[in-house]
Design a protein around this ligand. Structure first.
Ligand SMILES: [Zn+2]
Length: 220
């Protein structure tokens, strides 16, 4: 079973992906992790990737796809959950080709959907305590005294990249990147399921598990 998980920043994609991976005993494939590991181990693809990284260039798709191929033939031979890949239609096409060569195909594309306003509140509302590490959210889980940590009383801080403008920019990038991919998979007739992601973690997970356990609507 090969699954792709899409979701905007702040929608809990990492959490849901990890839970799904445990539930279905499949590894979560992050190309960022694959790259770092290949570079660390100094494999031939890792060394090739490193040359681009050292030159401050993007690692080309052929190298990334090479790493994905290796993974799908080893740890991921029973199926994987793709997290953060593919990012472009070119990558999606290349992945389809690769899977076909291996006699596999994407079983489902799962899209976590959360309204932008909700994501902005979730991310931009985050405050953490520099003293003890406690995390609050001014909208969803506010401290008892505004701006002060409940546990140690230190002044709470927001992360620089969590301000509203930055969050909105990241969401715009996600929408621009993902919309053509969703279209690509819909055109290809790949099973695509949208799941309301603003609900509590366990409810979202329940929906995802039910979808993956049930045959696709209209499937034979
Ligand atoms: Zn504290």
């Amino acid at each position: 079973m090969d699954i792709i998980l899409f979701g905007p920043p702040g929608a809990g994609k990492g959490t849901q992906g990890t839970l799904l991976a445990e539930r279905f005993r499949l590894p979560r494939l992050s190309t960022g992790d694959l790259l770092r590991e290949a570079v660390r181990q100094g494999t031939s693809l890792g060394l090739e990737a490193r040359r681009y990284m050292d030159a401050g260039e993007l690692v080309p798709d052929e190298v990334i796809l090479g790493l994905v191929r290796e993974y799908l033939q080893t740890e991921g031979d029973e199926g994987v959950i793709f997290d953060g890949f593919p990012r472009t239609q070119a990558q999606a096409r290349a992945l389809d080709q690769l899977l076909e060569e291996l006699g596999r195909r994407i079983g489902a594309v799962l899209v976590l959907e959360v309204p932008d306003e909700n994501l902005v509140r979730r991310i931009a509302g985050r405050r953490s305590c520099p003293g003890c590490g406690a995390v609050f959210n001014v909208h969803f889980d506010p401290p008892t005294v505004q701006g002060k940590c409940d546990r140690c009383g230190a002044a709470l801080v927001g992360r620089a990249d969590d301000d509203e403008a930055t969050v909105r920019r990241r969401l715009a990038v996600y929408r621009a990147q993902t919309a053509p991919l969703i279209e690509y998979y819909e055109r290809a007739g790949t099973r695509l399921e949208r799941v309301a992601g603003e609900r509590p973690v366990d409810q979202v997970q329940h929906s995802l598990v039910e979808l993956l356990s049930a045959p696709a609507a209209g499937a034979q």
